[in-house]
Design a protein around this ligand. Sequence first.
Ligand code: SF4
Ligand code: SF3
Length: 544
Amino acid sequence: MSMFCYQCQETSKNKACEVVGVCGKKEDVSNLQDLLMYVVKGISQVVQKKGLNVKNLHTVNQEVFTSIFMTITNANFDKVAFEKQITKMITLRNQLIQDKSADELHDAATFTVSTIEEMNKKASSPEVGILATVNEDIRSLRELITYGVKGIAAYGEHALNIGQEDPQLYEFMYEALAATLNDQLSADDLVGLTVKTGEHGVKVMALLDEANTSKYGNPEVTEVNIGVRNNPAILISGHDLVDLEALLEQTQNTGVDVYTHGEMLPGHYYPAFKKYDHFVGNYGGSWWEQITEFETFNGPILFTTNCIVPPKSEEVKNRIYTTGAAGFPGCQHITADEQRKKDFTKIIEHAKSLKAPQEIETGKITGGFAHHQVMALADQVVDAVKSGKIKKFFVMAGCDGRMKSRDYYTRFAEELPKDTIILTAGCAKYRYNKLNLGDINGIPRVLDAGQCNDSYSLAVIALKLKEVFELEDINDLPIAYNIAWYEQKAVIVLLALLYLGVKNIHLGPTLPAFLSENVANVLVDKFSIAGITSVERDMDRLLG
Ligand code: SF4
Ligand code: SF3
């Protein structure tokens, strides 16, 4: 075995990637990701043991978020970027420690490497990786918490880019990561910490919602064009709205159009971006479809976050640019200057030398049903529920993926009775957002709140409905949850829903490989989580 990773839904044989990642991640990068997380856990222990005030740790907090984000599935495949980041984090860690003799610190907080060779050797050593924790249940809980924290770091970084932060999130992150090095903690302690991770998942999604909406306005119902125009263009992918704003500003009056891909689609729903005439529409479907869609797009592509699929041809690779936590070897990376500004001139000039995108579909998709917009329609929605026109809501949020078994979600959406509404967020929506599922009294049957972090909106909507219908328990609402997951942001969304008391969540297309049998049983007992079976059976169960 040369690597061990089981953090995403597509992990090999639903057990673990042990030779090479199904995502394309190679053993050297996988091991360096483990080492980066190891250093970050060491830093967390130092912060905890020394009782450092997170408000004084601005650079460390920010670099810890970035480091963690780089290890999320499909975010960064660049070995050199990891080597540089590990070196940076060891330096920051050592500055924090100063007096090493004062505390009993874990190897993660004290190890040193003097060369890149030594770093790579350390990265593949047994004490660093996931399997360093021998007890299967403790390992499972430690990884569940770690993946939840990865989601917190990703959403926290987006909020921070807009200038919003919450010291409680940093405090919790250090507490949780330090706990994953602490052999004194029992499985029960770690279950408690898992619930707390969900609590901070709600906090970080609320923070990001506040950051996005205060800067860019509340998402509103929007029809997004999925066809193309005859101008050279740039495709922007990932989740970072600050990068989208900078790209739209810099492409104004250049003759270059901008299109969104995958999780950037909800950018169109924000009022602040509607003023750009060259912000043309969305090109293609969810992340994994980039393999064919980037070929026909013809212009440069900017990745602001995950999900990158290793490009098949040099021609496409030469058109890919990355920024922030994203990275791919051989692709140009755009860094921010000291004022946190990014210069996209290179990409714009590159676009001008390339052909306009090839049309792959035409028409429009509708979205923008985040909490504020749905509240504006509340009377209409409540009337439709009271009169029986809407029988049930189905939350089908989360991620999409390559597995054939995900056809389940398209069929499920198609076969839902016509008096039901789908509430969605995240790239899971691409399984059904282009189907013509109609509307109920003018309310579309697929309500897209936005990106995966906008699952927060779905929770706000559920809590509001609970209030309107004067119910005691969120589970008494006519809402069923059939959620698809892929990477670690979906883990924090799930933990957040569990923290809010949502029960009977169906999770698919497979349950996480990192859940040991005992840990999976705890989730089943405590929260009635279940996997998926067949469309017919699950439909029966969920329609009640
Ligand atoms: Fe495998 Fe997923 Fe890890 Fe990639 S991220 S190596 S596919 S488990
Ligand atoms: Fe999608 Fe990669 Fe999860 Fe933000 S972009 S939801 S998978």
